[in-house]
Design a protein around this ligand. Structure first.
Ligand SMILES: [Zn+2]
Length: 68
C-alpha cells in the first residue's frame, strides 16, 4: 500500500504560466478541470495511469468551446 502522489510541473495552455500540481495516481485515470492561478481560466487536465510501465501521462489543454 503506497500512495502515489507526485508533483508535476505543467504549463498553463492559456497564458504559459508554470504551475506545480499534485497528481494522485492511486485514483486511476482522471479527467478534470483546474483553474490557473495566474489567468484564472480553466485548464482541462487528463491523467492517464499506465500501470504496466508505471508511468503517468498528463495531458493539459484549454477548452476553446468554454465560454464564460
Ligand atoms: Zn493561465
Amino acid at each position: 500500500m503506497s500512495s502515489e502522489i507526485k508533483e508535476q510541473p505543467i504549463k498553463c495552455p492559456n497564458c504559459g504560466h508554470n504551475i506545480r500540481i499534485a497528481l494522485d495516481a492511486s485514483e486511476g485515470d482522471q479527467d478534470y478541470y483546474d483553474e490557473c492561478p495566474a489567468c484564472c481560466r480553466e485548464m482541462h487536465l487528463n491523467l492517464h495511469v499506465d500501470e504496466y510501465r508505471q508511468k503517468i501521462q498528463l495531458t493539459v489543454n484549454s477548452d476553446d468551446e468554454q465560454i464564460f
